[in-house]
Design a protein around this ligand. Structure first.
Ligand SMILES: Nc1nc2c(ncn2[C@@H]2O[C@H](COP(=O)(O)OP(=O)(O)OP(=O)(O)O)[C@@H](O)[C@H]2O)c(=O)[nH]1
Length: 405
């Protein structure tokens, strides 16, 4: 007969698992797209229920509940396997898991009620659980190893848990004082090893998963803070931060600032609709990104205005980049299928140190607007003479766009 103290003692691992399940549930509420958190939470819940029933049931009645207790445990193992496959983005093999569950339960039922062989029963249980856990592992190992050390540790901890589960009866038989002879007792070496391993690995997985989730949340927030949501290039604030870093690195000079603006963008919106206007912005930013190198920066400063910081490039090189971008944009017929091609105007200036950033941006902007005033679809470069003309290239473009609709 268990005393109330005994119950607290035997239920402690289950309560700890329930606590960890709660923690994962809270993590999932903050990161709902991370389904692996919910699967792991379910795994802990099912395992906790299964081991608490197993811990409090008297030995005489345990055999009658063998299917229920082990079905819960196997379902928990399947949820853990599913959680792992979701995390590593590999197939979970649900059908194979179902076959393994049914086979394991049938063997357990047979060894509990017909042959009454405890050792075979324990081996059947361990092998069944381990195989379910190992289902997604071959595909996960075939993929390139995770670059992040937290994910790598998670992968190998999971594999170790599965292998340890499979070997547990053999290890206890080998090292345990009574071998597996008393394995069905709630205070046997086998059962304590089982509880402790579930708890320790459960704790390890939770710590790793929580760390991974926190890190991913921070990365996501940083991306949302730094990137323009529509075009996936830097926003103005992030550009200033990144540009200060680049400008502090002497190896990246000479550098140039390009300010670019889509010509007559308002008309594109008016004639083709705002959604098509958004597609044009995405097209332009993808062409800009395609035409820069690793250390360069591309940013959207708002509306249809883009700014680039080009490293290892003098004014002449920067002008060539701008002309290449203009050429690529005018050739593109994917977004605006009819009418005149898209055009961009550019202002280009050099920059010699980080204290010049605001001045260089202002100068590039002035050059850009002198290019606009000179008729658009052109590049104005610092140090060159441009006659101070104001040529409003309105009527032909209007007519051309109108004829395209
Ligand atoms: N589709 C879309 N339009 C935007 C967005 N942000 C700003 N705009 C529009 O961009 C247009 C900018 O118009 P203007 O500043 O007159 O510039 P423009 O028509 O390109 O004329 P120029 O620059 O002088 O060639 C406005 O109609 C804005 O509503 C956006 O995110 N998506």
């Amino acid at each position: 007969m268990h005393t109330s103290n005994d119950y607290i003692y035997v239920l402690m691992p289950s309560l700890s698992l329930l606590f960890l399940a709660g923690l994962l549930g809270v993590c999932w509420i903050t990161q709902r797209r991370q389904h692996f958190l919910l699967w792991l939470c379910s795994a802990y819940l099912l395992t906790a229920v299964s081991i608490s029933i197993r811990s409090v049931l008297k030995l005489e009645v345990l055999s009658h509940y063998v299917v229920l207790v082990n079905a819960l445990f196997l379902a928990g193992a399947w949820c853990m396997s599913k959680s792992f496959s979701e995390r590593r983005r590999v197939v979970a093999h649900p059908l194979a898991a179902l076959v393994l569950c049914v086979t394991t339960l049938a063997s357990l039922y047979y060894f509990a009620l017909f042959e009454q062989n405890t050792i075979r029963r324990l081996h059947a249980f361990s092998i069944g659980v381990a195989l379910i856990l190992l289902l997604p592992v071959p595909a996960a190992l075939k993929k390139a190893p995770p670059r992040d050390w937290l994910d790598r540790t998670l992968l190998w901890s999971y594999v170790s848990y599965a292998v340890f589960t499979m070997l547990r009866p053999t290890l206890v038989a080998f090292f345990g004082q009574h071998g597996l002879s008393d394995a069905m007792q709630a205070n046997s070496t086998y059962w304590l090893t089982t509880l402790m391993s579930i708890l320790l690995f459960g704790l390890l997985f939770t710590v790793l998963i929580c760390a991974v989730t926190i890190r991913e949340t921070v990365t996501q927030l940083r991306t949302e803070r730094d990137m323009d949501a529509l075009t996936q290039v830097l926003n103005r604030r992030a550009f200033h931060e990144a540009a200060q870093q680049r400008l502090g690195d002497q190896r990246l000079y000479p550098m140039a600032i390009l300010a670019g603006d889509i010509d007559h963008f308002k008309r594109i919106n008016d004639r083709w609709g705002h959604d098509r206007g958004d597609e044009v912005l995405q097209l332009v930013s993808s062409i800009l990104k395609r035409n820069v190198r690793n250390h360069d920066l591309v940013a959207r400063f708002g509306g249809e205005e883009f700014v680039l910081l080009l490293t290892h490039l003098d004014l002449q090189g920067a002008e060539q980049v701008a002309q290449r971008i203009r050429q690529e944009l005018s050739n593109d017929k994917q977004v605006l299928t009819q009418g005149p091609g898209l055009t961009l105007s550019f202002g280009i200036t050099s920059i010699a140190n980080s204290s010049q950033l605001d001045g260089a941006l202002k100068q590039a902007d002035e050059l850009l607007y002198s290019a606009k005033n000179a008729g658009r679809d052109r590049v104005h470069v610092e140090g060159r003479f441009y006659p101070d003309i104001c040529f409003e290239y309105t009527l032909p473009a209007d007519e051309a766009l109108a004829s395209a609709t």
